[in-house]
Design a binder for this molecule. Structure first.
Ligand code: PEP
Length: 262
């Protein structure tokens, strides 16, 4: 379905929608995308439900041959074994997941995930053919004191420690300023463009042109139908990680339609 840097719109449901609600949400999303004639060859539309929904989503997507991808919101850094409560990358692969979010700011805050842990999760995902959507981004204080670029690039560097350009083929990076997540405050299109360009420049410097040119960089933080087109104007912004606005099938489909400019 994807070529390098195909527009990617990934709906992070967070801890919302149980497995029955997941089925109806994905059905409504698929119908609304079809009714709106969204060109699904021009965009990867992805849902990222809670773990307990994934089997139901898999059954629906495969059974109805839906042109959608799905994934998880987190993954264990460990291989299967004695790690109570963890979910291994291999289990997600076997459920047909394509993507997994790693290092979301809510997990960094709620579960004290350090950059070391995040790097180990990126590695675990890549080792099992999952595409990590690695989240980075600054707090409001860092934005206000002007250290946002420096902070975000340092977080990125530490979250990719020990991984080579070859390892990172297919990686997706989501720039998510913490102050814009779930707050209704969106970074301006210029803010998103500035950081996406800085991230791509950093990738070029550290890993070379090929990885820099092929890595998709998303913006996340209060993206909605009415602001997505502006956010995507920059050539360096390849899509969006969408929280609240992905919880309704028809709303997420409308956002996808606005994003592809139809
Ligand atoms: C997110 O969950 O990553 C996110 C960006 O949420 P929201 O769109 O609700 O701000």
């Amino acid at each position: 379905m994807s070529t390098a840097r195909t527009l990617l719109l990934a709906g992070n449901w967070k801890m919302n929608l149980d497995h029955l609600e997941a089925i109806s949400t994905v059905q409504k999303l698929a119908w609304a995308l079809r009714d709106a004639k969204v060109d699904l060859t021009a965009v990867d539309v992805v849902v990222l439900p809670p773990f307990t929904d994934i089997r139901s989503v898999q059954t629906l997507v495969q059974g109805d041959k839906l042109w959608l991808r799905y994934g998880a919101q987190d993954v264990s850094r460990h291989e299967p074994g004695a790690h109570t409560g963890e979910i291994a990358a291999t289990f997600l692969s076997r459920l047909g997941c394509t993507y997994v979010v790693v290092g979301h700011s809510e997990r960094r805050a709620d579960n004290h995930e350090t950059n070391d842990v995040v790097a180990a999760k990126v590695k675990a995902a890549l080792g099992h053919d999952l595409v990590p959507i690695l989240c980075v981004g600054e707090s409001l204080d860092q934005r206000e004191d002007g250290t946002h670029v420096e902070f975000t690039l340092a977080q990125l560097e530490e979250s990719l420690a020990g991984l080579s350009a070859e390892d990172l083929t297919g990686l997706v990076i989501a720039y998510e300023p913490v102050w814009a997540i779930g707050t209704g405050k969106t970074a301006t299109a210029e803010d998103a463009a500035e950081m996406a360009a800085a991230i791509r420049g950093w990738l070029r410097e550290i890993y070379g042109d090929s990885l820099a040119e092929s890595t998709r960089i998303l913006y996340g933080g209060s993206v909605k139908t009415d602001n997505v087109a502006d956010i995507l104007v920059s050539d360096d912004v390849d899509g969006a990680l969408v929280g609240g606005a992905s919880l309704s099938g028809p709303d997420f489909a409308a956002l996808c339609k606005a994003a592809v400019g139809q």
